[in-house]
Design a protein around this ligand. Structure first.
Ligand code: SF4
Ligand code: SF4
Length: 329
């Protein structure tokens, strides 16, 4: 009989029990968390992250830049937000560099991608603790371990590849003709039109996303929503698969402050599901499946979080198993 994947449940007020579950990491394991967008206050609080990671030997935290216009679009801005949110004691390695454009290509045989663009810094790390906030996500249903791993470790080019099925373009009414995108485009795909408004020559564009990061007024429009929920979820699963390849990983999901939208929103959001607790597992698919199942049991509001296609696909490509055994600690 095949043994089911173990997923451990820990009450929030017994968080210290997690230290007995952590695998044998060596010196300087890395920890992936989400520091929350400025204005958001429902990310996993710094005090809980500290309680867990104080059990590790000299951990380094890792992050990548976001795709959209935000303080977290650059490493230095992201660091400021992390500090504002109480993450002021740790060392953070921004894997994709200051501008989010430093990446490595990981080869996979996916239905969507044959190569995934992850933050270059990931290359040097072989042990990874992924601490995720389970909550809803407008694009993919919910965000948990798979999303934190796949989207969270992708460079901006990778994030764009997952989010957009069609090419981005420039909104002429917003363009202030500064020329920054033109001077930064690595393949000279952007020019001014007769009215000195920038436009992209789509046949030349290699989707590096540089113009998105350098435009001071957010005139480069990302076609959010051009990738449907199923496709986005499956693409994230492929990136998550690439991120964990040849790495020793362990996953912790916090099922608290469960909001309808994710921590990339720059506003206060009311939780829609009462707090549940913490899950821990060595399997990103099992822990996300268990998170979703517990959330549905807790409240019908979680039915909107349905990410079945992602979980099925993640299992199909060998990222993990949906068949788990829940163990109460
Ligand atoms: S995404 Fe990159 S290649 Fe395409 S237009 Fe923008 S800067 Fe140029
Ligand atoms: S960087 Fe933005 S504002 Fe400047 S020219 Fe390009 S699109 Fe226009």
């Amino acid at each position: 009989m095949i043994e089911k994947t173990k997923v451990f449940f820990i009450k929030l007020n017994e968080i210290e029990k997690i230290k007995n579950l952590l695998p044998e990491f060596g010196v300087s394991p890395v920890v992936k968390v989400h520091f929350g967008e400025r204005g958001c206050d429902t990310f996993v609080p710094a005090k809980y992250i500290k309680q867990i990671t104080d059990n590790l030997d000299q951990p380094t935290f890792i992050e990548t830049s976001v795709l959209y216009k935000s303080q977290r679009r650059t490493a230095s801005g992201h660091l400021d937000v992390a500090k504002e949110h109480g993450f002021d004691w740790l060392t953070i390695d921004f894997l994709d560099g200051e501008e989010g454009d430093d990446f490595i290509e990981i080869k996979i045989k996916g239905n969507y991608f044959s190569e995934c663009y992850l933050g270059r810094g990931l290359e040097k790390y072989k042990e990874l603790l992924v601490i995720s906030h389970f909550k809803g996500h407008g694009g993919s249903g919910f965000g948990g371990a798979i999303k934190n791993l796949g989207m969270g470790l992708a460079s901006r080019k990778g994030k764009l590849a997952m989010h957009a099925s069609i090419k981005h373009n420039i909104q002429k009414e917003k363009c202030i003709s500064c020329g920054s995108c033109i001077s930064h485009c690595p393949v000279s795909a952007i020019e001014f039109d007769d009215n000195k408004k920038a436009f992209i020559k789509q046949h030349k564009c290699i989707s590096c996303s540089k113009c998105i990061s350098v435009c001071p007024v957010g005139a480069v429009k990302i076609p959010w929503g051009s990738t449907g929920r199923k496709e986005l979820g499956e693409k994230i699963a492929e990136y998550a698969y690439a991120a964990q390849l040849n790495r020793k990983c362990f996953y912790i999901n916090f099922l608290i402050n469960i909001t309808k939208e994710c921590d990339c929103n720059d506003v206060h959001m009311e939780p829609v599901i009462p707090d549940i607790g913490i899950l821990a597992s060595s399997d990103p698919v099992a822990i996300d499946q268990a998170s979703y199942d517990l959330a549905v049991k807790q409240s019908s509001a979680a039915e909107n979080f349905n990410s079945d296609p992602q979980l099925h696909y993640a299992e199909e490509i060998g990222l993990g198993s949906r068949d788990y055994e829940l163990i109460n600690l």
